[in-house]
Design a protein around this ligand. Structure first.
Ligand code: PRP
Ligand code: URA
Length: 206
């Protein structure tokens, strides 16, 4: 299964503080930023590079630079917005698309309310959403991205449930998922357990 679990003691430390119910929104946002930075580095490990001849103050050397590729990051609103800044900091040329999806509290089914995407064909696309629960939002988002020409999309989440991973694998086989935690499952309200609660509410203090 193409699931990549971020295996780093700092990631485990940050996720634990994120889960803690006493963590307040300001700290929650900082932890989200830090984890997203680690995930962004991991998820872009296979970007193409090329040699570049330069001169240090001491001698010539052939170094390595990123080959020019116009990346796209697509946060799923609203919680995915908290994961965007590390990408724009690391890759200033990145294009940012937006997909608005909201789960119905009673049915846990996602409803689409906004979509603004740049051209996707031939570009590395990173779909970011901190919670992969039933997978309904991620699958809908992947459907839209695919319909707009996006291929080989990488999905980046902070906490995932096995049910969500399976749903993505079923609907979009081979999709690479990068996550910082794979939890036990979902409760009767389709929240991830042990999870961290409602990510958007904790991120934005709502
Ligand atoms: C949360 C989360 C995901 C979705 C995951 O968003 O950010 O988008 O739920 O659940 P799923 O895998 O079962 O679809 P929510 O719908 O609560 O909206 P928000 O980001 O605006 O709070
Ligand atoms: N969305 C969240 O924010 N948290 C969950 O546990 C599931 C979906």
């Amino acid at each position: 299964m193409p699931l990549h679990l971020l295996d780093h003691p700092l990631a485990a430390h940050l996720v634990t503080h994120l889960r803690d119910r006493t963590t307040k929104p300001a700290t929650f946002r900082t932890l989200t930023h830090q984890l997203s930075l680690l995930l962004a580095i991991e998820a872009t490990a296979e970007l193409a590079t090329e040699p570049r001849a330069i001169e240090t103050p001491l001698e010539p050397v052939t170094g390595t630079v990123l080959r020019h590729q116009s990346l796209v990051i697509i946060p799923i609103l609203r919680a995915g917005l908290g994961m965007v800044a590390p990408f724009t900091e690391l890759f200033p040329e990145v294009s940012v698309g937006y997909l608005g999806l909201e789960r119905d509290h009673a049915t846990a089914e996602a409803r689409s309310y906004y979509c603004k995407l740049p051209p996707l064909a031939g570009r590395p696309v990173f779909l970011v959403d901190p919670m992969l629960a039933t997978g309904g939002s991620a699958v809908q988002a992947l459907d839209v991205v695919q319909a707009h020409g996006g291929k080989g999309v990488r999905l980046i989440s902070i906490v995932s449930a096995p049910e969500g991973v399976a749903a993505v694998e079923h609907a979009h086989p081979g999709t690479r998922i990068h996550t910082a935690a794979l939890d036990r499952g979902l409760n009767e309200r389709k929240y991830i357990v042990p999870g961290l609660g409602d990510f958007g509410d904790r991120l934005y203090g709502t």
